[in-house]
Design a protein around this ligand. Structure first.
Ligand code: S3P
Length: 431
């Protein structure tokens, strides 16, 4: 695939929309498959990660039909909570950690055997975080390094609800346990040290599954059944983040991004950029099935560095690569700590963003659990690598808009895991 080539921009202008939310699309497919009857998912994200989730459910006997043309909804014919059938082949979830971890939760309580796996990067990522609590629920799961690495073989067992305190905030772990809890005997009770994204909780409620939330504690009793329905997916905040940051750091920009999901458990970047001096207005606030949505109007502003507080980490988790780009052009120092999770994402993001921004002339240093960026250095175009990580590749393309000369980003094919059409959209608004 051809690398992305970006030149210094004179300003981003226009009104755009970004593709549907990846986290919500995964959950809509999963809940639609477990519901009884038809679920229609409008605005879903047709990216590789989400299509892997859909094909896994097709392999378990659930009819899922994609629209004939772009923008058409996804139709899922759910067969009820116990309606999945044993897949006759290994379920390959590609590059998607969310798909693999959530599916492990779905599969643990079935009356059949299944194997989940993924690409080389996914097979290197830690799975014990879901396997350990699922085993406490009674699951039998085998894998390399005592179940810490995929492929994972899941021998379906009868599960029991447990009370579990997550050692670290993680929406993937929380969601895997909630999905396993749907088939467990008794109540599932979960607590997290900081709130992680709550799309699973919102979609449970939207599907009519009662869930109790008291402070940091989440609990529910398994329902007997629930019915399919229409789900409208907002634009992905994590995709909008690249355009929000680009319009903030490239002088003479004014960009409107419509229909963006602004769930407060996701929008840490908005708070951090505002603290750095950005001008981002939220207009036309509304809801798409329990999820807050707004249009964002972004104007360029000079930024200053900041210290990221630990409670901001979970709600900013996927935005650190692009925050590093903002910090590199800001005046002063930015310190990110308590973000060791970044080392086990699609790449070791602490290392890969440091390596690549150094090539562009940034003053950036790795810390064991974060980054130290001394901003204000002039960035210059370079030949950069995407390290098989969609968000690293997109962050570097945005850095290229603010850098002198030409920036080339190799590995652009990975962007299709979350943001098909990114390059064309960026070229259409950047002059
Ligand atoms: C996701 C949760 C986050 C995030 C990932 C998507 C989800 O991971 O990084 O891109 O959809 O639940 P963790 O829960 O591991 O932090």
């Amino acid at each position: 695939m051809k690398p992305i080539v970006v030149r210094k921009s004179k300003g981003l202008q226009g009104t755009i929309t970004v593709p549907g939310d990846k986290s919500i699309t995964h959950r809509a497919i999963i809940l639609g498959a477990l519901a009884r009857g038809t679920t229609v998912v409008k605005g879903y994200l047709p990216s590789e990660d989400c299509l892997h989730t859909a094909s896994a459910f097709r392999s378990m006997g659930i009819p899922i039909e994609e629209g004939k043309k772009a923008g058409d909804p996804l139709r899922i014919e759910g067969k009820g909570l116990r309606g999945l059938s044993e897949p006759s082949a290994v379920l390959d979830l590609g590059n998607s950690g969310t798909a693999l971890r959530l599916l492990t939760g779905v599969l643990a309580g079935r009356d059949f055997f299944s194997v989940v796996t993924g690409d080389e990067s996914l097979r290197r990522r830690p799975m014990r975080r879901v396997v350990v609590p699922l085993r406490q629920m009674g699951a039998e799961i085998h894998g390399r390094q005592d179940g810490d690495r995929a492929p994972l073989a899941v021998c379906g067992r009868r599960l029991k609800g447990i009370a579990y305190a997550l050692p670290a905030a993680s929406a993937q772990v929380k969601s895997a346990l909630l999905l396993a809890g749907l088939l467990a005997d008794g109540r599932t009770v979960l607590t997290e040290p900081f709130p992680s994204r709550d799309h699973t909780e919102r979609i449970f409620r939207g599907m009519g599954i009662p869930l109790e939330i008291k402070g940091a504690e989440l609990s529910f009793d398994p329902p007997s059944e629930f019915s399919g329905r229409e789900i409208l997916v907002p634009g992905d905040f994590s995709s909008a983040a690249f355009f929000i940051t680009a319009a903030t750091i490239v002088k003479n920009s004014e960009l409107t991004i419509r229909n963006v999901g602004v769930n407060p458990t996701r929008t840490g970047l908005l708070e951090l950029l505002a603290e750095m001096g950005a001008d981002i207005r939220l207009e036309n606030r509304r809801e798409f099935n329990q999820e807050p949505v707004a249009d964002l109007v972004v104007r360029s502003r000079p930024l200053k560095g900041l210290r990221v507080r630990p409670e901001s980490v979970p709600k900013t988790i996927d935005e650190f690569p692009i925050l590093c780009v903002a910090a590199a052009v800001a005046e002063g120092e930015t310190v990110i700590r308590g973000a060791e999770e970044l080392r086990v994402k699609e790449s070791d993001r602490i290392r890969t963003i440091t390596l690549e921004l150094l090539k562009m002339g940034a003053d950036i240093e790795e810390l064991p659990d974060g980054l130290l960026i001394r901003g204000g250095r002039k960035l210059s175009g370079a030949r950069c690598a995407g390290h098989g990580d969609h968000r690293i590749a997109m962050a570097l393309a945005v850095a290229g808009l603010a850098a002198d000369g030409e920036t080339t980003v190799e590995g652009s094919q990975w962007i299709a895991t979350s943001f098909p059409g990114f390059e064309q959209l960026l070229q259409s608004v950047a002059q």
